[in-house]
Design a protein around this ligand. Structure first.
Ligand code: PEP
Ligand code: MG
Length: 311
Protein backbone atom coordinates (compact mmCIF):
# COMPACT_ATOMS: atom_id res chain seq x y z
CA UNK A 1 0.00 0.00 0.00
CA UNK A 2 1.10 3.51 -0.70
CA UNK A 3 1.07 5.43 2.52
CA UNK A 4 0.50 9.16 2.10
CA UNK A 5 2.47 11.50 4.30
CA UNK A 6 0.44 12.81 7.23
CA UNK A 7 0.97 16.39 6.02
CA UNK A 8 -0.83 15.65 2.73
CA UNK A 9 -4.03 14.69 4.50
CA UNK A 10 -6.64 16.80 6.23
CA UNK A 11 -10.27 16.75 7.33
CA UNK A 12 -12.33 14.05 8.98
CA UNK A 13 -10.73 10.69 9.66
CA UNK A 14 -11.65 8.03 7.11
CA UNK A 15 -10.34 4.70 5.98
CA UNK A 16 -9.11 4.15 2.41
CA UNK A 17 -12.63 3.03 1.49
CA UNK A 18 -14.34 6.00 3.12
CA UNK A 19 -15.47 4.59 6.47
CA UNK A 20 -15.61 7.58 8.83
CA UNK A 21 -13.81 7.59 12.17
CA UNK A 22 -14.10 10.91 13.98
CA UNK A 23 -10.74 12.30 15.10
CA UNK A 24 -11.11 14.39 18.24
CA UNK A 25 -8.80 16.06 20.75
CA UNK A 26 -8.45 15.70 24.51
CA UNK A 27 -8.47 18.93 26.52
CA UNK A 28 -7.55 18.97 30.20
CA UNK A 29 -6.41 22.51 31.01
CA UNK A 30 -6.98 26.08 29.73
CA UNK A 31 -3.40 26.29 28.44
CA UNK A 32 -4.17 23.42 26.04
CA UNK A 33 -7.21 25.12 24.56
CA UNK A 34 -5.57 27.15 21.83
CA UNK A 35 -3.52 24.30 20.38
CA UNK A 36 -6.50 21.98 20.63
CA UNK A 37 -8.80 24.41 18.81
CA UNK A 38 -6.26 25.00 16.04
CA UNK A 39 -5.78 21.28 15.43
CA UNK A 40 -7.56 19.75 12.44
CA UNK A 41 -10.22 17.86 14.39
CA UNK A 42 -13.97 17.37 14.48
CA UNK A 43 -14.00 18.61 18.08
CA UNK A 44 -13.19 17.56 21.61
CA UNK A 45 -13.64 13.90 22.54
CA UNK A 46 -12.69 14.36 26.19
CA UNK A 47 -12.87 17.66 28.02
CA UNK A 48 -11.55 16.85 31.50
CA UNK A 49 -13.12 19.37 33.91
CA UNK A 50 -11.05 18.52 37.02
CA UNK A 51 -8.64 21.46 36.48
CA UNK A 52 -11.37 23.82 37.68
CA UNK A 53 -11.79 21.94 40.95
CA UNK A 54 -8.19 21.11 41.88
CA UNK A 55 -6.24 22.96 44.60
CA UNK A 56 -9.31 24.48 46.18
CA UNK A 57 -11.05 24.24 49.52
CA UNK A 58 -14.50 24.21 47.92
CA UNK A 59 -16.12 23.72 44.53
CA UNK A 60 -16.10 26.65 42.05
CA UNK A 61 -19.36 28.61 41.76
CA UNK A 62 -21.84 27.99 38.95
CA UNK A 63 -20.87 31.38 37.49
CA UNK A 64 -17.17 30.56 37.44
CA UNK A 65 -17.85 27.16 35.88
CA UNK A 66 -20.17 28.68 33.26
CA UNK A 67 -17.45 31.12 32.19
CA UNK A 68 -14.78 28.41 31.98
CA UNK A 69 -16.96 26.02 29.97
CA UNK A 70 -18.07 28.90 27.75
CA UNK A 71 -14.46 29.59 26.75
CA UNK A 72 -14.07 26.01 25.54
CA UNK A 73 -17.40 25.93 23.73
CA UNK A 74 -16.63 29.27 22.04
CA UNK A 75 -13.26 27.95 20.83
CA UNK A 76 -15.04 24.95 19.29
CA UNK A 77 -18.08 26.72 17.84
CA UNK A 78 -19.65 24.52 15.18
CA UNK A 79 -17.84 21.44 16.45
CA UNK A 80 -18.59 18.73 19.00
CA UNK A 81 -17.37 19.04 22.59
CA UNK A 82 -17.73 15.95 24.79
CA UNK A 83 -17.52 17.13 28.38
CA UNK A 84 -16.78 14.74 31.18
CA UNK A 85 -18.36 15.71 34.48
CA UNK A 86 -16.11 15.86 37.52
CA UNK A 87 -13.93 12.78 37.97
CA UNK A 88 -12.73 13.23 41.55
CA UNK A 89 -10.99 10.63 43.66
CA UNK A 90 -8.14 8.12 43.34
CA UNK A 91 -5.42 9.91 41.33
CA UNK A 92 -7.48 13.15 41.58
CA UNK A 93 -8.38 13.67 45.28
CA UNK A 94 -10.42 16.78 46.20
CA UNK A 95 -10.94 17.80 49.85
CA UNK A 96 -14.59 18.79 49.36
CA UNK A 97 -15.58 15.81 47.21
CA UNK A 98 -13.62 12.77 48.31
CA UNK A 99 -12.83 11.20 51.67
CA UNK A 100 -9.17 11.42 52.74
CA UNK A 101 -9.24 8.17 54.72
CA UNK A 102 -10.38 5.51 52.25
CA UNK A 103 -8.05 2.50 52.33
CA UNK A 104 -8.38 1.97 48.55
CA UNK A 105 -9.24 5.30 46.87
CA UNK A 106 -9.25 3.81 43.36
CA UNK A 107 -12.07 1.56 44.56
CA UNK A 108 -13.78 4.18 46.68
CA UNK A 109 -16.21 7.04 46.25
CA UNK A 110 -14.82 8.50 43.04
CA UNK A 111 -16.02 9.65 39.62
CA UNK A 112 -19.78 9.67 39.27
CA UNK A 113 -20.05 8.09 42.74
CA UNK A 114 -19.24 11.45 44.34
CA UNK A 115 -22.56 12.74 42.98
CA UNK A 116 -24.46 10.22 45.07
CA UNK A 117 -22.78 11.57 48.17
CA UNK A 118 -23.07 15.22 47.19
CA UNK A 119 -25.77 15.66 44.51
CA UNK A 120 -25.27 19.46 44.40
CA UNK A 121 -21.80 18.97 42.94
CA UNK A 122 -23.23 17.35 39.80
CA UNK A 123 -26.33 19.57 39.70
CA UNK A 124 -24.24 22.74 39.75
CA UNK A 125 -21.94 21.43 37.08
CA UNK A 126 -24.83 20.46 34.79
CA UNK A 127 -26.42 23.88 35.38
CA UNK A 128 -23.19 25.61 34.36
CA UNK A 129 -22.71 23.34 31.33
CA UNK A 130 -26.29 23.97 30.16
CA UNK A 131 -25.88 27.75 30.50
CA UNK A 132 -22.57 27.73 28.66
CA UNK A 133 -24.01 25.46 25.94
CA UNK A 134 -26.98 27.78 25.54
CA UNK A 135 -24.71 30.79 25.02
CA UNK A 136 -22.35 29.15 22.51
CA UNK A 137 -22.66 27.30 19.22
CA UNK A 138 -20.69 24.14 20.05
CA UNK A 139 -22.50 20.79 19.97
CA UNK A 140 -22.21 19.83 23.64
CA UNK A 141 -22.32 16.20 24.75
CA UNK A 142 -21.93 15.32 28.44
CA UNK A 143 -20.66 12.06 29.91
CA UNK A 144 -20.13 10.58 33.35
CA UNK A 145 -16.86 8.99 34.51
CA UNK A 146 -16.53 5.70 36.38
CA UNK A 147 -19.94 4.29 35.60
CA UNK A 148 -20.36 0.71 36.87
CA UNK A 149 -24.10 0.06 36.46
CA UNK A 150 -26.64 0.74 33.71
CA UNK A 151 -28.86 2.39 36.35
CA UNK A 152 -26.11 4.92 37.05
CA UNK A 153 -25.92 5.80 33.36
CA UNK A 154 -29.71 6.09 33.15
CA UNK A 155 -29.87 8.37 36.21
CA UNK A 156 -27.06 10.55 34.86
CA UNK A 157 -28.69 10.84 31.43
CA UNK A 158 -31.99 11.78 33.08
CA UNK A 159 -30.28 14.53 35.10
CA UNK A 160 -28.48 15.86 32.03
CA UNK A 161 -31.67 15.93 29.96
CA UNK A 162 -33.56 17.64 32.79
CA UNK A 163 -30.98 20.41 32.52
CA UNK A 164 -31.53 20.73 28.77
CA UNK A 165 -28.42 18.80 27.76
CA UNK A 166 -29.94 16.29 25.32
CA UNK A 167 -26.89 14.16 24.48
CA UNK A 168 -25.69 12.19 27.51
CA UNK A 169 -23.30 9.27 27.68
CA UNK A 170 -21.31 7.03 29.96
CA UNK A 171 -17.62 6.27 30.11
CA UNK A 172 -16.69 2.62 30.00
CA UNK A 173 -13.77 2.34 32.41
CA UNK A 174 -14.89 -0.54 34.62
CA UNK A 175 -15.10 -4.14 33.34
CA UNK A 176 -18.70 -4.43 34.58
CA UNK A 177 -19.67 -1.54 32.31
CA UNK A 178 -18.06 -3.21 29.29
CA UNK A 179 -19.69 -6.55 30.10
CA UNK A 180 -23.08 -4.84 30.30
CA UNK A 181 -22.42 -2.37 27.47
CA UNK A 182 -25.66 -3.20 25.70
CA UNK A 183 -27.72 -2.26 28.76
CA UNK A 184 -25.59 0.84 29.29
CA UNK A 185 -25.98 1.90 25.66
CA UNK A 186 -29.74 1.43 25.85
CA UNK A 187 -29.88 3.98 28.65
CA UNK A 188 -27.82 6.75 27.07
CA UNK A 189 -26.82 8.29 23.74
CA UNK A 190 -23.17 7.26 23.41
CA UNK A 191 -20.33 5.45 25.13
CA UNK A 192 -16.71 6.48 25.53
CA UNK A 193 -14.08 3.94 26.54
CA UNK A 194 -11.41 5.19 28.94
CA UNK A 195 -8.67 2.66 28.31
CA UNK A 196 -6.44 4.00 31.11
CA UNK A 197 -8.87 3.09 33.86
CA UNK A 198 -10.33 0.12 32.00
CA UNK A 199 -6.83 -1.41 31.94
CA UNK A 200 -6.28 -0.58 35.61
CA UNK A 201 -9.49 -2.28 36.70
CA UNK A 202 -9.31 -5.20 34.27
CA UNK A 203 -5.80 -6.21 35.30
CA UNK A 204 -6.07 -5.07 38.94
CA UNK A 205 -2.97 -2.97 38.31
CA UNK A 206 -2.53 0.54 39.71
CA UNK A 207 -2.19 2.88 36.70
CA UNK A 208 0.20 5.14 38.61
CA UNK A 209 2.81 2.39 39.10
CA UNK A 210 5.30 2.43 36.22
CA UNK A 211 6.49 -1.02 37.24
CA UNK A 212 3.14 -2.50 36.14
CA UNK A 213 3.41 -1.26 32.55
CA UNK A 214 3.10 -4.74 31.05
CA UNK A 215 -0.28 -5.25 32.72
CA UNK A 216 -1.42 -1.76 31.72
CA UNK A 217 -0.40 -2.23 28.07
CA UNK A 218 -3.42 -1.27 25.90
CA UNK A 219 -2.50 -4.06 23.46
CA UNK A 220 -3.46 -6.66 26.05
CA UNK A 221 -5.93 -8.95 24.26
CA UNK A 222 -8.23 -9.07 27.31
CA UNK A 223 -8.60 -5.31 27.11
CA UNK A 224 -9.28 -5.53 23.36
CA UNK A 225 -11.98 -8.11 24.12
CA UNK A 226 -13.76 -5.61 26.37
CA UNK A 227 -13.42 -2.88 23.75
CA UNK A 228 -14.83 -5.27 21.14
CA UNK A 229 -17.78 -6.17 23.31
CA UNK A 230 -18.53 -2.51 24.00
CA UNK A 231 -18.20 -1.42 20.38
CA UNK A 232 -20.40 -4.28 19.14
CA UNK A 233 -23.09 -3.41 21.67
CA UNK A 234 -22.95 0.24 20.58
CA UNK A 235 -23.16 -0.83 16.95
CA UNK A 236 -26.22 -3.01 17.58
CA UNK A 237 -28.02 -0.09 19.20
CA UNK A 238 -26.75 2.54 16.79
CA UNK A 239 -24.81 4.40 19.48
CA UNK A 240 -21.40 5.99 18.84
CA UNK A 241 -18.58 4.37 20.81
CA UNK A 242 -15.37 6.36 21.18
CA UNK A 243 -12.01 5.69 22.77
CA UNK A 244 -10.46 8.56 24.73
CA UNK A 245 -7.71 6.85 26.75
CA UNK A 246 -4.03 6.79 25.78
CA UNK A 247 -4.65 3.81 23.50
CA UNK A 248 -6.29 6.10 20.93
CA UNK A 249 -3.01 7.92 20.27
CA UNK A 250 -1.21 4.86 18.82
CA UNK A 251 -1.76 4.71 15.01
CA UNK A 252 -1.40 0.92 14.79
CA UNK A 253 -3.77 0.42 17.70
CA UNK A 254 -6.16 2.96 16.14
CA UNK A 255 -6.56 0.57 13.19
CA UNK A 256 -7.34 -2.25 15.60
CA UNK A 257 -9.87 -0.12 17.51
CA UNK A 258 -11.54 0.85 14.23
CA UNK A 259 -11.73 -2.80 13.24
CA UNK A 260 -13.28 -3.61 16.62
CA UNK A 261 -16.07 -1.14 15.82
CA UNK A 262 -14.98 2.04 17.59
CA UNK A 263 -16.42 5.14 15.86
CA UNK A 264 -14.20 7.94 17.21
CA UNK A 265 -10.68 8.39 18.57
CA UNK A 266 -9.74 11.20 20.93
CA UNK A 267 -6.11 12.00 21.64
CA UNK A 268 -3.60 14.82 22.07
CA UNK A 269 -3.60 17.17 19.04
CA UNK A 270 -0.10 16.05 18.01
CA UNK A 271 -1.32 12.47 17.55
CA UNK A 272 -4.05 13.29 15.01
CA UNK A 273 -2.00 13.49 11.78
CA UNK A 274 -0.55 10.03 12.45
CA UNK A 275 -4.00 8.59 13.14
CA UNK A 276 -5.44 10.18 9.99
CA UNK A 277 -2.60 8.80 7.86
CA UNK A 278 -2.89 5.28 9.29
CA UNK A 279 -6.64 5.21 8.64
CA UNK A 280 -6.25 6.56 5.10
CA UNK A 281 -3.84 3.74 4.25
CA UNK A 282 -6.21 0.91 5.26
CA UNK A 283 -9.70 -0.20 4.35
CA UNK A 284 -12.28 -1.11 6.98
CA UNK A 285 -11.79 -4.76 5.99
CA UNK A 286 -8.04 -4.39 6.66
CA UNK A 287 -8.83 -2.90 10.07
CA UNK A 288 -11.16 -5.79 10.89
CA UNK A 289 -8.49 -8.30 9.94
CA UNK A 290 -5.93 -6.54 12.14
CA UNK A 291 -8.44 -6.32 15.00
CA UNK A 292 -9.22 -10.02 14.86
CA UNK A 293 -5.51 -10.90 14.82
CA UNK A 294 -4.76 -8.65 17.80
CA UNK A 295 -7.79 -9.62 19.86
CA UNK A 296 -7.21 -13.33 19.48
CA UNK A 297 -3.43 -13.12 20.04
CA UNK A 298 -2.02 -14.97 23.06
CA UNK A 299 -0.41 -11.85 24.54
CA UNK A 300 0.18 -8.13 24.01
CA UNK A 301 3.61 -8.49 22.41
CA UNK A 302 2.26 -10.95 19.83
CA UNK A 303 -0.73 -8.69 19.13
CA UNK A 304 1.65 -5.81 18.39
CA UNK A 305 3.87 -7.96 16.18
CA UNK A 306 0.99 -9.41 14.19
CA UNK A 307 -0.41 -5.96 13.46
CA UNK A 308 3.02 -4.61 12.52
CA UNK A 309 3.52 -7.56 10.14
CA UNK A 310 0.05 -7.47 8.59
CA UNK A 311 -0.44 -3.69 8.51
C1 PEP B 1 -9.24 6.88 31.04
O1 PEP B 1 -9.38 6.41 32.17
O2 PEP B 1 -8.80 6.24 30.07
C2 PEP B 1 -9.59 8.29 30.77
C3 PEP B 1 -9.68 8.75 29.54
O3 PEP B 1 -9.78 9.10 31.83
P1 PEP B 1 -8.60 9.60 32.82
O4 PEP B 1 -7.30 9.21 32.20
O5 PEP B 1 -8.82 11.06 32.97
O6 PEP B 1 -8.94 8.83 34.06
MG1 MG C 1 -10.52 7.47 33.67
Amino acid sequence: RRRRAAAELSGPGRTADGHRVALLVNVGAPRELRGAAEADSEGVGLFRTEFLFLDRAEAPSVEEQTAAYGRVFAAFAGRRVVVRTLDAGADKPLPFATAPDEPNPALGVRGLRTATRDPALLENQLTALARAAEANAAEVWVMAPMVSLPAEAAAFAARARAHGLPTAGAMVEVPAAALRAEHLAADCDFLSIGTNDLAQYTFAADRTLGGLAELLDPWQPALLDLVHRTAEAGGRLGRPVGVCGEAAADPALALVLTGLGVTSLSAAPAALPGLRAALAAHTLADCRELAEAARTAPDAATARQLVAALG
